[in-house]
Each structure stands twice: as C-alpha cells, then as structure tokens.
Ligand binder design. Structure first.
Ligand code: SAM
Length: 226
C-alpha cells in the first residue's frame, strides 16, 4: 500500500518536473504541407516538431534546398534531426530548449535575433504550446524574423486545454496547477490569431484562421499616427 502510494507520488512528481506528455499525433499537418507546396518558400521553420511527421514532409518539399529550422525541447528536436539525417536530409537546423518550467522556443528565437539582423524566414509553422503565455510572444518574435511576403501558419484555432486528450487536467494533472479554469476553457490559439495577427495591418489572411501572409513592412508608429 505504502509502496503504491510512493510510486504514485513519484509518477506525478516526474510528470510535473519533466513536463513530458504523450501526444496522439501520427501524421503530418496536411493543410500546411499542401499550402507550402503552392509557395516558393526556401527557409522554413516549424515551431513544435514532436516526432517530426510534418518536418519530414517539409524536408521532402525542400528537396535539400534552403533550410529547415526545427524548434522543440532539445531531446525531441535532436531525435527528429537524427531521423531526417538518417533519411539523407541534412539542411536541418535544430533549435532545442530545456524542459525548465519557464523555458521555451522563445529563448531559441531570441538567440536567432541576436545573430540575424535581417528577417530570413519565408514560412513559419507555429504548432507548439498553444497557450497565450508562450505563443503570444512567439508571434512577435517570429514577426521580426519573417520576411515581407512570407507566411505565418498556426495549427489548431479551436484547441483548448480542457479538450486536449494529452494535456487536459485529468490526463495531465499539472495543467490544473498552471492554468485557471478560464484559461483551460479558452481557445488560446484563437486569442493570438484574433487579437494579434488579424489586427496587425501587415498581415493578410490567406487560409481562414490558419495562414497569414506578411504583406509589407509596416511601421506601427505610422499606423497609429494615421
Ligand atoms: C502538437 S505538437 C507538434 C506537432 C508537429 N508540428 C507535427 O505536425 O507533427 C506540439 C509540440 O510543441 C512542443 N512544445 C510545447 N511546449 C514547448 C516548450 N515550452 N518548449 C519547446 N517545445 C514545446 C511539444 O514538445 C510538442 O512536440
């Protein structure tokens, strides 16, 4: 009995500290891949790669040209890079971050901003944490790195923590510690798209609630002066 209790405590402690969850994702994002094929994108980023299903399809589209930048927890992103290398694909740059509570791909994006003065991404697929606390900042960082004419693509407009099989508060109890009830029930990707992307005059919606094109460099000070 005591052993069982200790095992349970150990299990939840590990889950809480490792932030590891099991996702139920088995294939690439078809809409994203079909759309990318209609563009001339050469420098592509996927933020949140998981097992690399979409990354593999993007790499096949690139056919060794350009660059594929992958962002995720270090262990996951290195595994995906290895898988791609094993398939003879070498134009892959892995940007891994730790599993510390306050760490995320936003730190890796900051590092890119330190070394790249000009925007260089043609296409960025944001499919990471899906929460305002992380991805609202991700949008602004990506915007700084995205070329005019480039695309920003979001997965899961309708997603909520409450309805997620992998991180709902029952399958993943730390969610209850990290988010309020309102936050668990709110579509947080939708918040980013509706409040940040759609209100930004330099973005035009090309696929409803999913893909947006950065039309031009647009100074926000000019917008507010008008
Ligand atoms: C939905 S999955 C990505 C699926 C992938 N885009 C695909 O199409 O196969 C979300 C990914 O975001 C990553 N993620 C979530 N929070 C993160 C964080 N704080 N730092 C780094 N990666 C994170 C997860 O590890 C997971 O692999």
């Amino acid at each position: 009995m005591l052993n069982r209790l200790l095992r349970m405590i150990d299990y939840y402690f590990r889950k809480l500290t490792s932030r590891s969850t099991t996702l139920y994702l088995k294939e690439a994002n078809k809409e994203t891949i079909e759309f990318i094929k209609t563009t001339n994108s050469r420098v592509i980023a996927e933020i949140g790669t998981y097992k690399g299903h979409t990354a593999m399809k993007i790499a096949e589209y690139l056919k060794g040209q350009g660059e594929l930048h992958l962002f995720d927890f270090e262990d996951l992103v290195l595994e995906v890079k290895q898988k791609l290398n094993g398939a003879g694909i070498f134009n892959v740059i892995a940007h891994g971050n730790s599993r510390k509570t306050m760490d995320s791909y936003n730190w890796s994006l900051m590092k890119l901003l330190q070394v790249r003065r000009e925007p260089f991404f043609d296409y960025v697929f944001i499919d990471g944490a899906h929460v305002w606390a992380i991805d609202a900042l991700t949008f602004f960082l990506v915007d700084r790195l995205l070329k005019p004419g480039g695309y920003i693509d979001f997965d899961d407009y309708d997603w909520t923590l409450r309805n997620s099989p992998s991180v709902n508060p029952i399958s993943y109890p730390p969610t209850k510690k990290m988010f309020t009830r309102e936050q668990m029930e709110t579509r947080q990707v939708a918040l980013i798209i509706d409040l940040l992307v759609k209100r930004d005059p330099s973005y035009t919606e090309v696929i409803k609630n999913k893909i947006f094109r950065k039309t031009a460099r647009y100074a926000h000070s000019e917008a507010t002066a008008k």
